[in-house]
Write a protein that binds this ligand. Structure first.
Ligand SMILES: [Zn+2]
Ligand SMILES: [Zn+2]
Length: 101
């Protein structure tokens, strides 16, 4: 792991000052609060603006989910339906949408 990786300190990363115990980053739900504040400050509270600012967009060659697959972090649905996600998400997706009848 590189030195610039965020490390848990025992206090909530949203900055509320709550002590949460070692090994966690956030008090329950505070990750969403922090994410919303970050988006509001930097990207007009818009995920689309955030993606655009990082070079992603609706075109296939700018697809953020395709990029995640390309980096080997996410996977394509093995049934070829176009769904992409983390390995656990793919497993849930296949069980839910491609289960043999
Ligand atoms: Zn917090
Ligand atoms: Zn699928």
């Amino acid at each position: 792991m590189s030195n610039d990786t965020a490390r848990p300190t025992g206090y909530c990363y949203c900055g509320c000052g709550r002590e949460i115990g070692y090994g966690r980053y956030f008090a329950a739900g505070h990750d969403k609060t922090a994410e919303a504040a970050f988006l509001a400050i930097h990207h007009d509270a818009s995920v689309a603006q955030m993606l655009h600012a990082h070079g992603y967009g609706p075109d296939d060659d700018k697809s953020v989910t395709k990029a995640a697959v390309g980096k080997g972090i996410w996977q394509d649905c093995p049934r070829g339906c176009g769904y992409r996600g983390a390995r656990e998400s793919i497993n849930n997706h296949v069980n839910r949408y491609h289960r043999e009848k």
